[in-house]
Design a protein around this ligand. Structure first.
Ligand code: C5P
Length: 399
């Protein structure tokens, strides 16, 4: 598919970035696309429908119950006409509507009625982008194969600085062009196995030891790998998260169970990403009865858990193996030492001493090392970071 000669339905929702959309339409048309525009009612406050009609050369629709528009091209017809549905800018509110599957105006109805691939270019205040609800909706949309373009970081209309600016029209057109032109997604036909979340090591029938891992990074990586065309198997310790649709989820509790599940899925595995925070040790024997409160001191004896990542990397025909290193100091040295000691292809290190990123937070930053290079992936939300890391993996895999 290419942009040229394709029918692009451009949805515009009500954000300040909507003022850039006449330029976006012009640039899409310059690539040879046929463009029709649908606005939400609030978008018309930011950009003139007349200007959009003039640049697109087609009438602009916004109302689901507009008799004249329906007579000219009904909403189902419009949904079928589209080869690509691009929504730019996409507000936080519209992302929420899309995630819920609401159909309470023309644009949201079209999103349900079309079989065309949907691309969104979010634009909102940085805090609204970071809000847990928006991030949850983002996760849902990514899991439904909706492609998210941006957002970019920088100064915002409200004076804040951060992630949430709509990409510039030229960048949107280029990304759309690349997505349409690329014959296959980067990980097409690859099998990716990931571990995520904490493990839970039982002490007695009512107690266990675990850690603060939320699983967010691992689940974001699973979604990113799937978006890049891979078949994904996610082996997860206990988390509060929902696996992306289409991802095979294997729930486990302990490191031993995680080890078994991973090894059972190594056949034809191309990439293994160990993102789980696996307990290094487990109580040597789980006591069959609840341990009673008696002495002032209690001693438990622990035994080392299997190192899943190292075991995978030492298989006779290992997949491309990616590990994580959570360090509080000398991040680079420890990460490189681990890369070599565990025979990994790549390691992604984060500084867990920084409380704003890493464990349980929405954001993270990574220093990625492989034998021929290294790259810093600066602080951003975990979904963006996951896409960057999986793209890096795919690039190294094909080299
Ligand atoms: O050696 P360390 O625990 O710091 O290594 C962290 C990396 O190893 C992570 O990728 C983690 O998922 C993986 N790991 C594992 N099995 C273990 C311990 C760690 O797969 N038992």
């Amino acid at each position: 598919m290419s942009i040229a000669n394709n029918n692009i339905l451009l949805g515009i929702t009500g954000g300040i970035a909507a003022y850039k959309t006449p330029d976006l339409v012009r640039k899409l048309k310059a690539q040879g696309a046929n463009v029709r525009v649908v606005t939400t009612s609030s978008a018309a406050e930011f950009v003139s429908p007349l200007a959009l009609q003039a640049v697109s050369g087609n009438p602009v629709s916004s109302d689901l119950l507009d008799k004249d528009a329906e007579a000219a091209m009904g909403h189902i017809e419009l949904a079928k006409w589209a080869d690509i549905l691009l929504i730019a800018p996409t507000t936080a509110n519209f992302m929420a509507k899309l995630a819920l599957g609401l159909a309470d105006d023309l644009l949201s109805t079209l999103c349900l009625a079309t079989t065309a691939p949907i691309f969104i270019a979010p634009a909102m205040n940085q805090q609204m982008w970071r809000a847990a609800a928006t991030q949850h909706n983002l996760h849902t949309l990514l899991s439904r194969q909706i492609t998210v373009l941006g957002p970019a970081a920088g100064e915002q209309a409200c004076g804040d600085v951060g992630l949430g600016r709509m990409l510039e029209p030229q960048e949107i057109v280029e990304l759309l062009h690349n997505k349409c032109e690329s014959p296959r997604p980067l990980l097409h036909g690859k099998k990716v196995v990931l571990t995520a979340g904490p493990t839970r090591e039982e002490i007695d029938p009512v107690r266990y030891i675990t850690n603060h891992s939320s699983g967010k990074m691992g689940y974001a990586l699973a979604a990113a790998a799937q978006q890049l065309g891979a078949k994904v198997c996610l082996v997860s310790g206990p988390t509060q998260l929902t696996a992306p649709q289409g991802v095979e989820l294997i729930n486990v509790q302990s490191a031993d169970q995680m080890h078994q599940a991973v090894m059972a899925n190594m056949a034809h595995c191309d990439i293994f990403v160990a993102c789980a925070a696996v307990a290094d040790y487990r109580p040597i024997n789980k006591t069959p009865q609840k341990i009673k409160k008696k002495e002032n001191e209690l001693t438990l004896t622990f035994v080392k858990n299997p190192d899943i990542l190292s075991d995978v990397a030492h298989l006779p025909h290992p997949p491309f193996t990616v590990g994580f290193a959570a360090e509080t100091q000398n991040v680079r040295d420890y990460a490189l030492a681990k890369l070599h000691a565990k025979k990994l292809n790549m390691i992604a290190a984060n500084d867990v001493s920084d409380s704003k990123i890493g464990f349980n937070s929405e954001q993270n930053a990574l220093n990625v090392f492989w034998s021929e290079g290294e790259k810093v992936l600066p602080v951003t939300d975990k979904h963006t970071l996951a896409r960057q890391l999986m793209t890096l993996v795919a690039e190294q895999l094909t080299e």
